[in-house]
Design a protein around this ligand. Structure first.
Ligand code: CA2
Length: 150
């Protein structure tokens, strides 16, 4: 069986589709997960959300130890604050895609300085909820480019 892709979501994203639809859309996190699973096809996905920083750090450790093929992460507010998540991601040897539903660079100043971008292989922002399946497809592409010749 091929290694899984971890899709990790930070604080408040469990409220997706229920508040601020003008910024984040009306799609719920459960619907986002279904979109990701469809894009992943036969690849196993670990799709998780937590409001707790330590839990996300532990999931990154789990992805390192499993080992996962890649990590897609929407760290939400932890993007701008969490050196703990940054340090954990630094230990992951595979590709990391940082994902944001909104275009953080068009928003207020407090959303401009991502710590996670320092270790991300790629960043996707501003595609709305469809950024998630786009990230899964991009991750599959990155992994296929990395695969050793048969
Ligand atoms: O655009 C994104 O995906 C963000 O990561 C979302 C974060 C924000 O802090 C980042 O700057 C950009 C906030 C997530 C809040 O989640 C909500 C979900 C539903 C309704 C309101 C907030």
């Amino acid at each position: 069986m091929t290694a899984p892709i971890y899709v990790l979501n930070g604080p408040n994203l469990n409220r997706l589709g229920k508040r601020e639809p003008e910024i984040y859309g009306r799609t719920t996190l459960a619907e986002v997960e279904a979109m990701c699973r469809e894009a992943a096809d036969v690849i196993q996905l670990e799709f998780r959300q937590s409001n707790r920083e330590y839990e996300i750090v532990e999931w990154v450790h789990e992805a390192i130890d499993t080992p996962a093929a890649g990590i897609i992460i929407n760290p939400a507010a932890f993007t701008f604050t969490s050196i703990a998540i940054l340090d954990a991601l630094k230990m992951f040897p595979g590709p990391v895609i940082e994902l944001h539903i909104s275009n953080i660079h068009r928003r207020e100043e407090i959303y401009h300085r991502s710590l996670v971008s320092r270790v991300a292989t790629a960043v996707i922002a501003g595609l709305g909820p469809s950024g998630y399946p786009a990230a899964v497809r991009a991750m599959k592409q990155l992994l296929s480019e990395r695969a050793p010749p048969p």
